[in-house]
Design a protein around this ligand. Sequence first.
Ligand SMILES: *[C@@H]1O[C@H](CO)[C@@H](O)[C@H](O)[C@H]1NC(C)=O
Ligand SMILES: *[C@@H]1O[C@H](CO)[C@@H](O)[C@H](O)[C@H]1NC(C)=O
Ligand SMILES: *[C@@H]1O[C@H](CO)[C@@H](O)[C@H](O)[C@H]1NC(C)=O
Ligand SMILES: *[C@@H]1O[C@H](CO)[C@@H](O)[C@H](O)[C@H]1NC(C)=O
Ligand SMILES: *[C@@H]1O[C@H](CO)[C@@H](O)[C@H](O)[C@H]1NC(C)=O
Ligand SMILES: [Ca+2]
Ligand SMILES: [Ca+2]
Length: 645
Amino acid sequence: MPSCKTSCTPAHAMLLGLAAVAVLIVLSAGLIELGAASPEVFTNSFLVRLIGDHGNDVAHQVAKRNGFINLGPVLGSDKEFHFIHRALPHIRTKRSIPHTRQLKADPLVELAVQQIGFRREKRGYRELKLGAENLVPPKEPNDPYFPFQWYLKNVGQNGGKRRLDLNVEAAWAQGYTGKNVTTAIMDDGVDYMHPDLRNNYNSKASYDFSSNDPFPYPRYTDDWFNSHGTRCAGEVAAIRDNRVCGVGVAYDSKVAGIRMLDQPYMTDLIEANSMGHEPNLIDIYSASWGPTDDGKTVDGPRNATMRAIVRGVNEGRRGLGNIYVWASGDGGEDDDCNCDGYAASMWTISINSAINNGENAHYDESCSSTLASTFSNGAKDPHTGVATTDLYGKCTKTHSGTSAAAPEAAGVFALALEANPNLSWRDIQHLSVLTSKRNSLYDSKGRFNWIMNGVGLEFNHLFGFGVLDAGAMVALARLWKTVPARYHCDAGTLATVREISSNRSLLIHIDTDACKGTDTEVNYVEHVQAVITLNASRRGDVNIFLYSPMGTRSMILSRRPNDDDRHDGFTKWPFMTTHTWAENPRGRWTLEVKFDSQLPQSGYLKEWTLVIHGTRDPPYRDLPVEDENSKLAIVKKAHEAGYKI
Ligand SMILES: *[C@@H]1O[C@H](CO)[C@@H](O)[C@H](O)[C@H]1NC(C)=O
Ligand SMILES: *[C@@H]1O[C@H](CO)[C@@H](O)[C@H](O)[C@H]1NC(C)=O
Ligand SMILES: *[C@@H]1O[C@H](CO)[C@@H](O)[C@H](O)[C@H]1NC(C)=O
Ligand SMILES: *[C@@H]1O[C@H](CO)[C@@H](O)[C@H](O)[C@H]1NC(C)=O
Ligand SMILES: *[C@@H]1O[C@H](CO)[C@@H](O)[C@H](O)[C@H]1NC(C)=O
Ligand SMILES: [Ca+2]
Ligand SMILES: [Ca+2]
């Protein structure tokens, strides 16, 4: 199946370099002709923009008089609508010029774009310390699968490591169970009649974008292929103490079903409508899918989807921003999740997985954009999968992949949002950084160690800042003060073409004052992007490292042995790192590009733009320190000692 290569999707790459607030203005510059390089398919969907703000009723008339059906506005717009044509096949290999032409001939139509179909795949379908007020020992849930939910409470069952879990009991004991928080599962549907989900189902926030109706019930197949969404939903919000299946991480929270994976091809409009659906009713969107994890795809969100995400973080949750949680990918050590534009986006929280003894799972990818980790299957003992709800009222012990990890994170974030409903999308990322734990996570192959960044935060290329700790997160969430305004500083662009030789590293530098004295001054880093254009005789053999002024090394691209591309390379691709979080960005940043190859290779680095996102003011200044050994204390000390500015 064709999967889109870099050169067809630079639109989002350009967007990623911009501050969230600025993006809406600049979008018109992002027009890109898709897909010159790869064979593509065309769907029966059209994006139609009307001349003037006419609203949905006029759009219906326009659709009708041209033989189309209007499915409704795109992202709540008064101008842009999603049309389909029933007489056209779902998939064809050629554009339908007559249909597009007919729409364009309508006096009210400004623009009509037939939607391209592409692949998005489900991930993983293949067969400590308590809060102060935790004085009463918690009562154990009576749900029969709770003892199998080692990711909630690891007592060493099936060879697991005691206390290596999400520490949810400590959050529950503080009184947080997810009340009044809704997580949308963007997937293949949710069995909302399931006795363990029914009462936590938010039908108002749900929708079926695969078949355009309000009922995202999974389509039946003999092999239960469409069980994925139901399994993810149970991890977040399965009901407690009802003697059915297990317990959700946030068992009093609500789940919405957004069915959007169950059609032959994905389109930009289906993704955009899903990620932009009811942004004031939905707090958290959980996605356990993405571009094909074949270790050679480089792909990410297209135009409308990018706009949906930007709108979500800027305007969703009444301006606090929606939380987008992403499974980092199941491509194993031969893939790099920085080549997945959804996982690598700074607007998503990308989550990797560890197994029950702390090792990484064999299917885990690694990349510098991963923020934190949760748990999934992969231990030798087959009874160590993820126990949760299953289709048709059943339960399962075998949910798997980073697919199973992302909803656990969504559940933890739901607990944090109950503890403090004022948390913004960035507050959730800061809380994840500060309260995730190294615990006993380790790389089974010994490649990636835990490393301290310039302000004393430990990170790992596989696991980000460690495993989420629900108890610690809600405790800090309650005290939290919203982080200061965020700025993005364009630290510089080097656009001279430079040869990457076969056996020598190319090292180049950008010296930056991080926009000091301007209105985009950044003194405390959040995300850093290296937006890169290069070509190579073998793209998969290229390694790229980014060194921060404080000496932290991020591997922003690892070797991908299956990626034999030699035409497309990367075009303004936004590689992202979280490793330099809270560092001082002032000084010399170094990019190292080299080949890791048995054979002679050649390539050209054509452009490197360094973009630094973060705050001018110290982010944790007004937060009380309750534990001198906490990461918060360590970072605050580093900031106060002023690696000063
Ligand atoms: C992207 O969105 C902008 C703004 O609506 C539009 O002008 C442009 O045509 C879009 N590009 C594509 C590839 O759809
Ligand atoms: C529940 O959340 C909504 C926002 O999503 C808010 O308006 C409402 O006040 C909350 N209700 C309670 C009881 O906290
Ligand atoms: C949330 O913010 C509002 C306004 O800034 C404030 O009045 C309210 O007390 C805050 N709530 C919490 C739980 O922090
Ligand atoms: C580097 O590789 C080139 C051929 O690709 C070879 O001619 C040259 O001697 C090599 N240099 C070193 C230092 O290995
Ligand atoms: C890579 O870029 C260089 C410099 O622009 C160009 O000369 C070369 O033909 C390109 N190679 C490929 C395979 O596109
Ligand atoms: Ca239950
Ligand atoms: Ca991947």
